[in-house]
Design a protein around this ligand. Structure first.
Ligand SMILES: NC(=O)c1ccc[n+]([C@@H]2O[C@H](COP(=O)([O-])OP(=O)(O)OC[C@H]3O[C@@H](n4cnc5c(N)ncnc54)[C@H](O)[C@@H]3O)[C@@H](O)[C@H]2O)c1
Ligand SMILES: [Zn+2]
Length: 358
């Protein structure tokens, strides 16, 4: 097991990564000493929630489980009401806590419920997907989707602890597991050369879900994300580095009506960003090739999703991270180091995106 202590404006909190963490979870909850605890999960993560409930019962705390339907559609105002109603019925007061057991969908929804219930109760995150372990459980962003836009309603709310039991990954469907490696490669290329080397050397072991290798990888991703979040908790500046690959990636997702998964889209977005950087002489051909090879090794191949280049390009121009009409690109300079805030000539974006979709 590895343990990190992350800094936040509301105090430090531990992140535990390992296997068989029932006892650690029980100790954490015992120390929080809540007046009550409510577990929020979804249909697929339910077995893991049962395990959590059992572990906490040994701490003398009775818990009940609220299981929402699995899937992004549950990240809604409607389900938020469902969770808040549950907290009310469980008589969770200001001294209580919410335990979120699931992927990013459960984490975002339950985290937001914790942020607003009684103007904020404590939150323990128990991520059960690789994406939630390396990304969504870290950084304090919570929320639900609006009718039109993703994550339209939300709050920053830091957890009191994050407990990532890697054994949960054994039941994860293969596409979801593989997709999360796009975010892992993102950290490696944008921030952590050592992580990149580790991934390069161990791609097959990782794909076989070797838990000790996954422990090292999740640890490095959490450390990378924590570093930028500590500098910029409210996402006003340096945190934008985490957007590497997401400018063209989000556009591809939107332009295909979300038929392309987030991970595949981010892999596409990183390929586009690196090629733009190469054209602007910001990085070398070797950087582009190494990134390509790693994505390939992690089974995020360059199979061209069918999408209309014009629609993708138009969507990039609407990027929500644009400042004063200019899209700010994150550009890799070399493996392990990217820079935020680059503007790119529209003609170059057009050329690279069109070629990437050909
Ligand atoms: N808050 C943030 O900073 C942040 C960052 C990135 C992504 N997100 C959000 O995260 C969400 C995506 O997260 P995700 O990929 O974890 O999706 P998810 O939570 O929808 O989980 C994917 C699927 O796996 C199932 N599942 C979860 N754990 C399982 C397990 N251990 N075994 C078997 N099945 C399991 C889920 O029920 C679901 O069907 C999106 O809503 C996205 O907006 C948030
Ligand atoms: Zn992402």
């Amino acid at each position: 097991m590895v343990r990190l202590i992350l800094d936040s404006s509301s105090g430090g909190y531990p992140v535990l990564i390992g296997t068989d963490l029932g006892r650690e979870l029980r100790d954490i909850v015992t120390r929080l000493n809540p007046t009550g605890a409510a577990i929020v999960t979804d249909g697929n993560a339910r077995p893991h929630a049962n395990k959590v409930a059992k572990a906490i019962k040994r701490a003398g705390l009775k818990t009940t489980i609220y299981a929402m339907p699995a899937g992004e559609r549950s990240k809604s105002m409607h389900q938020l009401e469902g969770v808040l109603g549950f907290l009310e019925r469980q008589e969770i007061d200001r001294g209580g806590c919410v335990i979120a057991v699931g992927g990013g969908t459960v984490g975002d929804l339950a985290g937001f419920a914790a942020a607003v219930w009684q103007r904020g109760v404590r939150l323990v995150a128990v991520p059960t997907t690789l994406l939630a372990m390396v990304d969504s459980s870290i950084g304090g962003k919570t929320g639900v989707n609006g009718r039109r836009a993703k994550n339209a309603v939300g709050a920053f709310w830091q957890p009191s602890a994050v407990v990532s039991d890697l054994e949960a990954l054994e039941t994860l469907p293969a596409p979801n597991f593989r997709d999360a490696f796009a975010e892992v490669v993102k950290y490696a290329v944008a921030m952590d050369r050592g992580l990149f080397d580790l991934l390069q050397r161990n791609a097959p072991r990782l794909l076989e879900r070797d838990l000790s290798m996954l422990e090292r990888v999740v640890f490095r991703c959490v450390a990378a994300k924590a570093l930028v979040v500590a500098k910029d908790e409210r996402d006003r500046g340096p945190r934008a580095i985490l957007n590497y690959g997401h400018t063209a990636g989000h556009a591809l997702e939107a332009a295909t009506g979300f038929r392309v998964s987030h991970g595949r889209a981010v892999a596409f977005g990183m390929r586009v960003a690196a090629r733009i950087a190469l054209s602007l002489e910001l990085c070398s051909r070797r950087t582009v090739d190494s990134q390509d090879a790693l994505l390939e090794a992690l089974e995020l191949p360059d199979t061209h999703p069918r999408a209309e280049p014009d629609r993708v390009i138009a969507t990039i121009a609407l990027d929500k991270k644009a400042r004063r009409g200019k899209v700010a690109w994150v550009m890799p300079r070399r493996i392990g180091h990217a820079e935020i805030g680059h503007t790119v000539p529209a003609a170059l974006v057009r050329r690279v995106v069109t070629r990437a979709l050909a």
